[in-house]
Design a protein around this ligand. Structure first.
Ligand SMILES: *Cc1c(COP(=O)(O)O)cnc(C)c1O
Length: 397
């Protein structure tokens, strides 16, 4: 065995000092609930919503308890009901089909391409066969499909698009921020995403009616007029007594931690991408290893790195992963029979109707994933790449 890697792939950076100080201020005054303010005070939650609306260019923003909560609220805000079909990716994280199931709707899975984005031919076919009126599009692992083509298909078919931007906060397609193509964009501020408040979510839209409904759903009671980036008061007239309170607010402590991180996000994105490029360069032209194509229009934020071992069977893949692990390089494999740690594949969600997705299955069979924490220096990823090259060569027949 050669050199061993010492980095920790799950270690986050600390919260910026400005965030820690802001959090301590909130704890000192004790007004953690977003609607608990004194005269003249603007809650941290409201400030975060205003700043995130400005960051994305959206008219309205709502902070909520988690990314998954934002997705569920988005479906409800668009009127998705029990039994409705909702299109979504066959390859995503469990909270996405979970949000669809939480409103009693039925996920209809769409195939993923070898470049890890939604297959637009299959999307067309599934729109026709399912009659679904909503697509919950997941930009899984930060890969963004041709959004101009996708929106043309969906607009043409009268399908509303909710974007799951858990992996694309700060990213864009052709200069338009991720989350701004569809009617609603949803983000997660959970520890393993682009900003970290432990748990949390954000929902943006330009649609006043959808924002009013999402706000009532989140548990605003009749206090919605204190939202600085909220829908105008008249948008609530029709919904305030007709929308259930499915309590899921964000609190001022989390918002205080997030605001300085949001200000740092462009710099953080550049730092992630620098690490990505180190791995991409060092793994180009390695026998048996396919890199994912990144289109010029995709302004990505690479907090993780994917590669495919398309021609390897399960046994050599397992041997490769075990020997990388023994050398300190932790790689996730989306093709394992038995999911470890998380689920990301349609057939792991047995509460949904079983569906045939041969293309997705064959892509995921060889799909590898590495997290790119900023606590590991860019040049250290060269060692990671070296270990991958050596251990791959050892299992290739
Ligand atoms: C993390 C994640 C979510 C949901 O985020 P939570 O805040 O954990 O609920 C949704 N979609 C994807 C792809 C995710 O990775």
């Amino acid at each position: 065995m050669g050199v061993k890697f010492k980095g920790d792939f799950t270690q986050q950076e600390p919260i910026p000092e400005a965030g820690i100080e802001a959090a301590v201020r909130v704890m000192r005054h004790g007004r953690l609930h977003r609607y608990n303010t004194v005269a003249g005070e603007v809650a941290e939650t409201v400030l975060l919503e205003q700043e995130f609306a400005a960051f994305t260019g959206a008219k309205y923003c709502l902070a909520v308890a988690s990314g998954g909560y934002a997705l569920g609220a988005a479906l409800r805000a668009l009127g998705v009901e029990h039994g409705d079909a909702v299109l979504t990716n066959a390859f995503t994280l469990a909270p996405v089909p979970g949000a669809i199931a939480s409103v009693g709707a039925r996920p209809v899975f769409v195939e993923v391409t070898g470049d890890l984005v939604m297959d637009l031919d299959d999307l067309n076919a599934k729109i026709l066969s399912s009659g679904a009126k909503v697509l919950m599009l997941s930009h899984m692992r930060g890969h963004i499909v041709d959004m101009d083509a996708l929106m043309q298909i969906c607009d043409g078919a009268g399908v509303q698009v909710i974007e799951d931007c858990a992996h694309t906060m700060g990213a864009d397609w052709n200069g338009v921020p991720s989350g701004r193509h569809g009617i609603i964009g949803c983000y997660s501020t959970q520890t393993f995403k682009h900003v970290n408040s432990g748990e949390g979510g954000l929902l943006i839209t330009d649609d006043a009616d959808a924002m009013a409904r999402a706000t009532m759903l989140s548990g605003s009671y009749m206090l919605y007029e204190s939202h600085g980036a909220g829908a105008p008061a008249e948008a609530f007239d029709d919904v305030r007594l007709d929308t259930p309170n499915c309590s899921g607010r964000m609190d001022n402590l989390r918002a205080a931690i997030l605001r300085p991180q949001l200000a740092q996000l462009p710099a953080q994105a550049a730092a992630w991408n620098a690490r990505y490029r180190v791995l991409e360069d060092a793994l180009a032209q390695v026998e048996g290893l396919r890199l994912i194509d990144r289109p010029a229009k995709e302004g990505f934020v690479a907090s993780s790195f994917q590669f495919c071992l398309d021609d390897l069977a399960a046994a050599p893949i397992e041997a490769f992963l075990a020997s990388c692990m023994a050398r300190g390089v932790q790689i996730k494999w989306f093709g394992a029979d038995r999911p470890v740690g998380f689920t990301s594949r349609h057939d792991s969600w047995r509460y949904t109707e079983a569906q045939d997705l041969p293309r997705t299955d064959s892509v995921l069979a060889g799909l590898m994933d590495i997290r790119l924490p900023l606590t590991i220096a860019p040049e250290d990823y060269r060692v990671v790449a070296q270990i991958i090259r050596e251990e791959l060569a050892a299992v290739i027949p």
